[in-house]
Design a protein around this ligand. Structure first.
Ligand code: GLC
Ligand code: CA
Length: 538
């Protein structure tokens, strides 16, 4: 039997920015529950909920101080249980974010571990002696600077691949692993739909050898986790795996290996940065390269023995129409084009909150307006190294994580209907035009294109199981067939702002979805800027 998550569309909610229910300017669980009717209307099957656990909030909840408690900012455990129960009534499962590469430095385990070298929790974390009075090696934190922080009390360094307030857990310790599995079972018992696993590729690290992602113990740990927790249950698991290649993605998701349902792979993320440099070192996207990556993940992964996710956005990457489309004169067309091109591919699609109404990046003028720890640390590090602050702000406006974290735009009114108070992060002023009220009232809105695409997946097995066949064309166009038995669908998408010529010999049997006019023929086509459509062909 096909597991539910192969036919599902997942919607990511960034709780802090989704809906505030009590006027403190921070989105919360009651807010999410109040918007379930909207999500049911969109048609999604599951919510991936970014972390709502108890947290000091150094990295917006990805620094957890108690895995079995809800942060008071977001509500209570009763609110969480209510969300799970109410979502179920709306046919929506709740997928929790599992952040177990590291904890907060305020987690009780770390508070204990820091006390002394012989504390029972010491070995839950990664400690090393200084080498020649310095850091044990030159491992870097993803949030700038060394990945090692000196602890005065015990005279050792601890490892943090993210902020120094996010100490890495020591997965070599079996007792720690068991604690993690117990915690996962605590959540499974609450009736959740599964887990999204934060930077899970790092848990098999060998820091002394400089190995972080894809360490030798990664897959054995995942198999152990699978058997101790979600294995054999009707749950979905998706690993965040920045370094996944096709063979690695197969290892994670081959059902015979008892690991995960699928992964997020990020190969397209490097395409607009300079090779070998950081994401901030910008380079113009080459459409041919983007197409190549998209096609590779459709054709080279064997979906009979592996599975994958498909997505454009999440809380760590900018809004796709601002990045690779046109968020001004072709905002609506390019948003629909990205949706049509992606959602009819093979794999489980994810929609990031606000993507379905075409929300855009929000440029800042000054670093004081930036909240995200990654951008702020990078800015200060690079300013000290002599970079031009103007160029750094430009890079933050292009790639920074705040772009996708501005509050959800529900209405044209005050603070976009997100809060009655002062929002934690600026609301994009374009909410007067771009908002859910507008989208629901306009039958031609981006929202209804997404709704149509979700429905097509639910109603037609070909979208779930059909083979993907690329049609050779110029780089600006992505054109493919999905084929199942004697059924054949054609998807055409112009990724450029220029008109494109295309001529195919198929005949249209039925029109499925489009972003300008319904196509009437397939020969001698002139595709408009960002034009896209899907049809059944014969
Ligand atoms: C993942 C999260 C990101 C977080 C990091 C550290 O990449 O998606 O938001 O900062 O892990 O937990
Ligand atoms: Ca609130």
């Amino acid at each position: 039997m096909t597991p539910w998550w192969k036919k599902a569309v997942v919607y990511q909610v960034y709780p802090r920015s989704f809906q505030d229910s009590n006027g403190d300017g921070i989105g919360d669980l009651k807010g999410i529950t109040s918007r379930l009717d909207y999500l049911e209307k969109l048609g999604i099957d599951a919510i991936w909920l970014s972390p709502v656990y108890q947290s000091p909030g150094v990295d917006n909840g990805y620094d957890i101080s108690d895995y079995e408690a809800i942060d008071p900012q977001y509500g209570t455990m009763a609110d969480m249980e209510e969300l799970i129960a109410e979502a179920k009534k709306h046919h929506i499962r709740i997928v929790m974010d599992l952040v177990v590469n590291h904890t907060s430095d305020q987690h009780q385990w770390f508070i204990e571990a820091k006390k002394s070298k012989d504390n029972p929790y010491r070995d839950y974390y990664v400690w090393r002696n200084p080498v020649d009075g310095h850091e044990p090696n030159d491992l870097k934190s993803a949030f700038s600077g060394s990945a090692w922080k000196y602890d005065e009390t015990t005279g050792q360094y601890y490892l943090h691949l993210f902020a120094d307030a996010q100490p890495d857990l020591n997965w070599e310790n079996p007792e720690l692993r068991q604690k993690v599995y117990d915690m996962m079972n605590f959540w499974i018992d609450k009736g959740i739909g599964g887990f999204r696993m934060d930077v899970i590729e790092l848990i098999g690290k060998e820091p002394d050898k400089g190995i972080t992602a894809n360490g030798p113990m990664l897959h054995p740990y995942l198999q152990e986790m699978n058997h101790a927790t979600f294995g054999g249950k009707d749950l979905m698991t998706v690993g965040e795996t920045w370094g996944a290649t096709i063979p690695i993605a197969k290892e994670y998701s081959d059902p015979d290996r008892d690991e995960l349902s699928m992964v997020f792979q990020f190969e397209n993320q490097g395409l607009d940065q300079q090779p070998g440099k950081a994401k901030w070192d910008l380079r113009k996207l080459d459409l041919g390269e983007l197409k190549q990556v998209l096609v590779k993940w459709q054709t080279e992964l064997d979906f009979n023995h592996a599975w994958n996710s498909i997505f454009w956005e999440n809380h760590d990457i900018p809004r796709v129409i601002s990045r690779w489309g046109n968020d001004k004169e072709y905002r609506v067309q390019s948003a629909k084009m990205f949706a049509i091109a992606l959602h009819l591919m093979h794999g489980t699609p994810y929609i990031y909150n606000g993507e379905e109404i075409g929300m855009t990046n929000y440029p800042v003028k000054d670093i004081s307006e930036v909240s995200d720890i990654e951008s702020v640390n990078m800015y200060h590090e690079r300013v000290a190294e002599g970079y031009d602050p103007k160029e750094l702000i430009k890079a933050i406006n292009t790639k920074g994580r705040d772009n996708a974290r501005t509050p959800m735009q529900w209405t044209a009114g005050k603070e976009a209907g997100f809060t009655t108070g002062t929002p934690w992060l600026h609301v994009n002023p374009n909410h007067v035009e771009i908002n859910v009220d507008q989208a629901l009232a306009d039958p031609n809105s981006i929202f209804y294109t997404y709704q149509t695409l979700v429905k097509l997946r639910h109603e037609h097995v070909i979208v779930v199981d059909g083979d993907f066949e690329l049609i050779p064309t110029q780089d600006e166009i992505l054109a493919y067939y999905r084929v199942l038995g004697d059924e054949k669908w054609l998807v055409v998408a112009n990724f450029s702002e220029q008109e494109q010529k295309l001529s195919l010999t198929d005949k249209i049997a039925k029109t499925l979805v489009y972003n300008y006019e319904a196509p009437t023929k397939l020969s001698a086509l002139t595709l408009k800027p960002y034009e896209a459509f899907a049809v059944v062909v014969k």
